[in-house]
Design a binder for this molecule. Structure first.
Ligand code: F6R
Length: 368
């Protein structure tokens, strides 16, 4: 049942090319237009949307952070991303033109469910992004985009996360199509790029031994930091969460630009810092990231860098370099998170932990 793997988690990491491909299947109509079968919200409803609030917990929240970047960039609709457990308690401003997007792998997370109930009372429209057919959250939503990860058994979410990302990109492109903020050929170009992602993820997985060796080198580490910028920031947060949940290791993710505002004080000789380097050539993201990496390295950090193939500028500053396929910055989380999943899985295995059943955690959190 684990297909020869030691853990469900590892099996599920390796299933990601298939899960991503399945989640993309059947989304392009014969006319080239995007279609989302269970959207159920009318085009007019969606055209009226003037604000989007994404609510989710844990890993699903990080998918929401990526969604914000994609939706704002492609659709020019303001997006807030909020932790489900915080949402109701701050008296959020909701109207009938607010679209609330609830992201939940299980569809049963109590905090997220209570948040959508609150939103519906305020007459906002609710769209669920969910992996579990017929679960409570999609049942109580106006529309749903199902991800097709298949059952996720490992408590730590992996393929659930990647397929949520896919659903978020599809939602963003669909809204762009309806709102007319992007032309059809641009949308189909991104769809083409998305359809290449399973092969890119496969490429990353084919280098798993490289990541495992790195994990084995860090069995004695007491703390690991993760840095990212833009869409790489949620990836850094997710990499840190994986390490906390299954390896019980202190780990923290930061937006690289925030380092100088405090966290850089943590850096000491030999501290491992995993750096998610954005692709080259957009704004100054890449160069800014490199200067952040230089800063921590100058203070003794050991820099473990994930950077796109051909990025020679990073070489002098990377103690370890893992190359990622060349993909657009917004889609980079789909490849960049995979080595971080493998890293946490292998490190936890080396430490002798039960990777599939980490202490104190449950697969679906049905208490508030
Ligand atoms: C992390 C993890 C949790 C879940 C969170 C939300 O690996 O699994 O952080 O992401 O509990 O769960 P869902 O998506 O089922 O609402």
């Amino acid at each position: 049942e684990k297909d020869g793997h030691d853990w469900f988690m590892r099996k599920e990491i390796f299933e990601q090319p298939r899960a991503v491909a399945d989640s993309l299947l059947g989304r392009r109509g014969a006319d080239g237009q995007l279609q989302l079968d269970e959207m159920r919200l009318s085009d007019q409803d969606l055209r009226d949307v003037d604000k989007i609030i994404i609510i989710a917990a844990g890993t699903s929240f990080y998918a929401g952070m990526v969604a914000k970047y994609a939706i704002e960039h492609w659709c020019r609709i303001p997006v807030e991303v909020e932790l489900a457990s915080e949402f109701r308690y701050r008296d959020p401003i909701l109207t009938s033109d607010t679209l609330v997007v609830a992201i939940s792998q299980s569809g049963e997370t109590a905090d997220t469910l209570q948040a959508i109930r609150h939103a519906r009372v305020q007459r906002s429209k609710v769209l669920a992004i969910c992996n579990t057919n017929g679960s409570t959250i999609p049942r109580e939503s106006d529309g749903v985009i199902y991800t097709h990860a298949g059952p996720e058994i490992g408590v730590a979410s992996t393929k659930g996360f990647l397929t949520q990302l896919v659903a978020c990109y599809l939602l963003a492109l669909y809204l762009a199509q309806i709102k007319g903020t992007r032309y059809g050929d641009e949308i189909s170009q991104v769809m083409d790029q998305l359809e290449q992602m399973p092969a890119h993820i496969e490429t990353v997985l084919s280098k798993s031994e490289e990541v495992y060796a790195l994990a084995r080198d860090h069995v004695g580490s007491r703390s690991v930091l993760f840095l990212g910028r833009h869409a790489g920031y949620p990836v850094a947060l997710e990499g840190a969460l994986k390490l906390k949940e299954i390896a019980y290791l202190h780990a923290e993710g930061f937006a690289a630009g925030e380092l100088k505002h405090g966290p850089i004080a943590l850096v000491e000789e030999g501290l491992p810092i995993l750096c998610v380097v954005p692709p080259r050539g957009r704004d100054q993201l890449h160069d800014k990231m490199i200067s952040g990496i230089q800063e921590v390295r100058a203070r003794g950090a050991r820099t473990l860098c994930l950077a796109e193939e051909g990025d020679t500028a990073i070489e002098p500053y990377a103690d370890v370099l893992f190359t990622l396929p060349q993909v657009p910055v917004l889609l980079q989380p789909l490849v960049a998170v995979v080595p971080l999943q493998l890293f946490a899985c292998e490190l936890a295995t080396q430490l002798g932990h039960d990777v599939d059943q980490p202490r104190n955690l449950a697969k679906s959190v049905t208490v508030e």
